[in-house]
Design a protein around this ligand. Sequence first.
Ligand SMILES: NC(=O)c1ccc[n+]([C@@H]2O[C@H](COP(=O)([O-])OP(=O)(O)OC[C@H]3O[C@@H](n4cnc5c(N)ncnc54)[C@H](O)[C@@H]3O)[C@@H](O)[C@H]2O)c1
Ligand SMILES: [Zn+2]
Ligand SMILES: [Zn+2]
Length: 392
Amino acid sequence: MRAVTWQGRRKVSVDNVPDPTIKEPNDAIIRVTSTNICGSDLHLYEVLGAFMSEGDILGHEAMGVVEEVGRDVDGLKVGDRVVIPFNISCGHCFMCDQGLQSQCETTQNRDQGTGAALFGYSKLYGEVAGGQAEYLRVPQAQYTHIKVPVDGPDERYVYLSDVLPTAWQAVEYAAVPDGGTLVVLGLGPIGSMACRIASHRKGCKVIGVDLVDERLDRARDYCEEVIDLRRDDADEVVKSHTQGRGADSVIDAVGMEAHGSPIAEAAQTASGFLPSPVGRVVMKRAGVDRLAALNSAISLVRRGGTISLSGVYGGAADPINLMTLFDKQIQLRMGQANVKRWVPDIMPLLTADDPLGVEQFATHRLPLEAAPGAYETFQKKEDGMVKVVLTP
Ligand SMILES: NC(=O)c1ccc[n+]([C@@H]2O[C@H](COP(=O)([O-])OP(=O)(O)OC[C@H]3O[C@@H](n4cnc5c(N)ncnc54)[C@H](O)[C@@H]3O)[C@@H](O)[C@H]2O)c1
Ligand SMILES: [Zn+2]
Ligand SMILES: [Zn+2]
């Protein structure tokens, strides 16, 4: 089959690789019909490259049709239309029982000290082949799937794999009080969907922040105000909306590769260039993130407010301003999205009248073969690219 593979720092290619097969009785194989590129893939493309091996298949936002099921997979049959959550979880352990599927104890990577296995996400998360391919092997398939109706385009459902539950969890964790103010930092797919969800659920004022024209423009319809970091003073604008106090809640939908942290950027680039085993040790023990967005969140949130981090961080030695976090009495919540937990809340919104605008959400639909160029354009934020859906 054809698959998008990691080949080195800022280098992916589309190659012929062996078709996946059932290896465990609770595996399934799906034929992928749509598969997205995510901001999280950009971390592998560059900063977390030390954890990748040449030939690893990328991707964790796939949907398709079931081709084959292992003998222990109940409730799923050949021909079912499914979206595959980015986390692989069993559905019956201590963590899954409390809706913490991203911490599943059956698929945790104890050798790496990390949570549940993820599709296409490096040695840190189980080295499971990803979904930017014609076919995908799904472990723990009895639970790691979301059945979707046969009608409606793929784009109505495909974001259940990641964008929708991640943005939903970001809004839940932000815990904005009724009538309060929510600032969303970063208006990529995750941040812009968080603005849509918060504005759909109503009851709060949403302010979006970014520094790329088309990302700011896309968010205007769902925000009371957008702040362009290239020219506006975010602290001043947020204070003007909040009687000088700051926002009740802030979502950081930017993460470790924020613009505006030149020293950490140099350190990340340096560890990205070290030979892989060395780069891995450096990143795990002494890695630093670009903290510009987190620092903005700490500054923009009011005393006693909440910061919800959905942007991914990976630094083990980050210099974080604990003094201000403590002094302002800030609540901090974060983590990979527990995809399956939020599906029952989101599914009723995926209807033909499309209140969250998912069917127009992608800026680019491209063939799988176009992935190398799409990664480059997405990383550079060129060509108005915000979300890419690939067709195998
Ligand atoms: N928690 C989860 O389960 C989960 C799931 C998916 C994605 N993510 C993470 O969420 C983050 C966003 O993902 P995405 O797909 O939207 O990616 P993206 O890279 O397209 O979006 C990031 C946005 O942040 C903006 N930005 C950069 N620096 C900024 C700053 N200092 N202040 C404000 N905005 C800034 C960029 O211009 C861009 O629009 C990534 O870190 C990704 O890894 C987390
Ligand atoms: Zn993703
Ligand atoms: Zn589990």
